[in-house]
Design a protein around this ligand. Sequence first.
Ligand code: SF4
Ligand code: SF4
Length: 425
Amino acid sequence: MAAASVTSSNSVRGVCDYDLLFDCVHCGLCAEACPTYIVTRCEMDSPRGRIYLMKSLAEGCIDLDDDAARHLDLCLGCRGCETACPSGVHYGRLIEGARLFVEQNHRRGFVDRFKRRAVGAIFPYPRRLRMLLAPLKLVERLGLRPALTAVLPRMIHDWLDLLPPLEPDLRPLARGANSAPRTGAPTVVVHHGCVAQVLANSENLNSERLLAAAGYRVVQLEPTSCCGALDLHSGNGSRARDFARANVRALKNSGADSIVSAASGCSVAIAEYGELLRDEPKFVDAARAVSSKVRDLSSLLLDAPAGPKREFRCRVTCHDACHLAHGLGVREAPRKLLASIPGVTIIEMTQSDLCCGSAGSYNLTEPAMARDLARRKADNIVATDADYVVLANPGCEFQIAAELRRRGSRIKVVHLADFLAMASQ
Ligand code: SF4
Ligand code: SF4
């Protein structure tokens, strides 16, 4: 990292929340909770190192060169450091600001720019993603996907390798969805997300059916826009706010008492709309009200009176999706729900809350680090000898399933909503 020759023009002051940097007392207790530090053992890839980096950039002590941008880019935004930090540092807010600064002030290499633009142009728009995947679906139906993938350039090969099977979704849907809502039952809306509604829609449908079966009144959301998390994580604050406004309008109009997403990353993004739109007087109150209604599926199901459950004999291990564990602070509820199914044995894996490397679109833009983390996660899963890995985020599901596929593992990766639906058959 080069010492700065210019200070004011490239200061992050006013972008990254400068005052928040001083909450960090540099104790380093977050280091062993940080996946990138665990892999590289480099201080600048630790939360404390990145906070130093942001402060140095803010104060104009260093320039934003390739090296500085690289250490910031390598952060997964998993927020494992927030859980570990005794001083309550709002690292998530800091890194989102820093990413915005990097996007505005740093020119990346061609391949990097291409990848980021492709992700930003396709993934938040379900129709575009469906159109792009249509030919691949045909190729898959003809049994030619492995042959096609093998001859494609490395980057496209790696991206396709992460895709789940595209054949029509045959995962079972939960029973009992037509039961009448409980008297005075609260209303719930399931935000269907963008990528999830194309690649993992059974998770949305099963979330709705399970909630309805538990007696909630489920309302539909029209329209559903991307939650904006992909943009927030890649430094496109302006489009993230556009998506947030659209969702605030729709979620407010739904009149729902609780808001659920099958993707924990989307849940956290919605839970932070109040903060994201804090400088917009027209939206801030509605955004805060919407944010306060975010709940996770397992907690809502646990709150409902439990009916009799069928036996489903299997061994299950839980992967804690970063945004569920570190963003919403939910760890016990999914385990309690699984433990309530007769026949289910839960086996804890080592480092269940360490990021699997998926992290939104991180596994597309930072494949080497993402793959390293996927391997570590798969090692920990395989060591449990479980039948299923249950989790609450489609991105983690694709990432972990791809790694287990490469190893020829028999262990199945299943979203909690799909698992509960399967167990109820
Ligand atoms: S972020 Fe928190 S845990 Fe990490 S060095 Fe700063 S104060 Fe310590
Ligand atoms: S968000 Fe995750 S990867 Fe980034 S510094 Fe914190 S723990 Fe490390």
